[in-house]
Write a protein that binds this ligand. Sequence first.
Ligand code: PCA
Length: 202
Amino acid sequence: MKILVTAFEPFGGNDLNSSWEVASLLPDEIDNCLIVKELLPVNFMTAGKEFRALIEKHLPDVVVSLGQSRKFAGLSIERVALNLMDSAKPDNYGYMPQNEPIHADGDIAYMTTIPIRRLVDVCKQKDIPAQISNSAGTFVCNRVYYEALYFVAKKHFPTKTLFVHLPYITEQEKSPSMDKVVLAEGIAEIIKEIGNWQCETI
Ligand code: PCA
C-alpha cells in the first residue's frame, strides 16, 4: 500500500512546523506501506490545488495529512472538514479570508470515512495520547482536508484521506508540546493499522 504523508511549512511566526518535523522522522517503509512525504505551503489559495496535484502524482491508496495545532497534547484525529475559510490572521502569503466557502457546490461539511476511533485506540494502546477532534478549524489545514473529502464525495478521485493535528514539539518551547519521536511513533502506529485494512472497506 502506498501512503502519502503531507505536512506544512512553518507559519504564524514559528521557525518550525511540528507536522513537518514529525513527518521527516518517518521511515520510507512501515510494514507493508511505502511512505512518500511532501511539504505543503500555508497558503489558502494554492494548498488545495497543490494537495490534489500530489495525489495525482503519487496515486497513493491513503493520504495521512499532518498539521500543527496547539489544541491538545497528543494526536488529534480529525473527523470533519468544513466548507469554510475564516481566519483572524493572514496565511503565509498575506491572504485572510473571512466567511468564505471553499467550494460553492460543496456540502457544508464532509466526514472522513476512515474509522478514526480505531486509530485513537491503537495510539492509546501504545500509551500515546490521542483523541478524536470534531473540528479541524477554519484555517489552511481545514482547507486541505475539505479539498480531499470534497473530491472523494464528488467522485473525482477515490483516495481516502485522514487529517491529524499535532501539538508543538519540545524544541519549539511552546505549550502544549510533545517529544517528536513519540508523535512519529503515533503516526507510524496509525499507518500500520491502515496498512492492515483493505482500502475498499474504508
Ligand atoms: N496548521 C494550520 C495550517 C498549517 C498547520 O500546520 C492549521 O491548523 O490550519
